[in-house]
Design a binder for this molecule. Structure first.
Ligand SMILES: Nc1ncnc2c1ncn2[C@@H]1O[C@H](COP(=O)(O)OP(=O)(O)OP(=O)(O)O)[C@@H](O)[C@H]1O
Length: 230
């Protein structure tokens, strides 16, 4: 489904070009549960920005569902992202003065979905993340774990093809992290949602079916499902 072929990424720092990602090639299939680990500055965010159609300034080929997307315009890439990717962040990124229902509804409002359908979907996804009945709460009334559940509900409400979660347990205690990981596992197993999680936490990493390790912008190991070392 996701196929990266010899991806190289450079950033300009002053007058210098810095080589950040080196020849990254990898495939992720529908339904996979993949972790990405690596030290700070190794290139994880840079890589997921490319996978999640946020960045188009790179060299190499990105084939998504059989279509070459590496030469897409900004506009086409935005359309592709809105339709296919759900994002979950370490600090939840909820809008403080909106209710849970309003936060969760945002992607559908942007997509122009009808109000009745939005209300139905809100109930459905809040149930899925274990927050049925919390429609009218505001984020500040919720615990960190509950806020992360709201952000997961917002990420899945548009039925994305895959989820990208960047350090989703980074702001949570270990018990709450475990609960959030269980929710991701359930979404993966029950709904066959493809999930890509960036993490520093080995406890999270070891729960993934497949684990990619990045070191200095290079993919140094790819273990799990078929236990292939790169
Ligand atoms: N916009 C940018 N301009 C210039 N250099 C950048 C930019 N973004 C990231 N970098 C550099 O690219 C390298 C990789 O950064 P990246 O954020 O991808 O690492 P990371 O593995 O996600 O780190 P962390 O775990 O700390 O989030 C770093 O050396 C960083 O300084």
């Amino acid at each position: 489904m996701i196929s990266l072929n010899n991806i190289n990424k450079y950033y300009k720092q002053g007058s210098q070009q810095v080589h950040i990602l080196h020849d990254i090639s990898l495939d992720i299939e529908q339904g996979e549960f993949v972790g990405i680990m690596g030290q700070s500055g190794s290139g994880k965010s840079t890589l997921i920005n490319i996978i999640g159609f946020l960045d188009r300034e790179y060299q190499g080929n990105y084939i998504f569902k059989g279509e070459k997307v590496s030469n897409y315009s900004n506009k086409k890439l935005t359309g592709l992202r809105n339709k296919n990717v759900g994002f979950v962040f370490q600090n939840f990124k909820l809008i403080k003065n909106l209710t849970v229902a309003e936060n969760v509804a945002l992607p559908l409002i942007y997509a122009g979905v009808k109000k009745k359908e939005i209300t139905r979907k809100i109930t459905e996804v809040l149930e899925k993340v274990g927050l049925a009945g919390y429609e009218k709460s505001i984020p500040a009334q919720l615990s960190g774990g509950q806020q992360q559940r709201v952000s997961i509900a917002r990420a899945i409400i548009g039925n994305p093809t895959f989820l990208i979660a960047d350090e989703p347990t980074g702001a949570l205690d270990s018990k709450t992290s475990e609960e959030i990981m269980n929710l991701f596992k359930e979404l993966n197993v029950v709904n066959n949602t493809t999930i890509i999680i960036v993490t520093h936490d080995p406890t999270v990493g070891q729960q993934m079916d497949r684990l990619l390790t990045i070191l200095d912008g290079r993919l140094t190991s790819d273990t799990g499902a078929d236990n292939n070392e790169v």
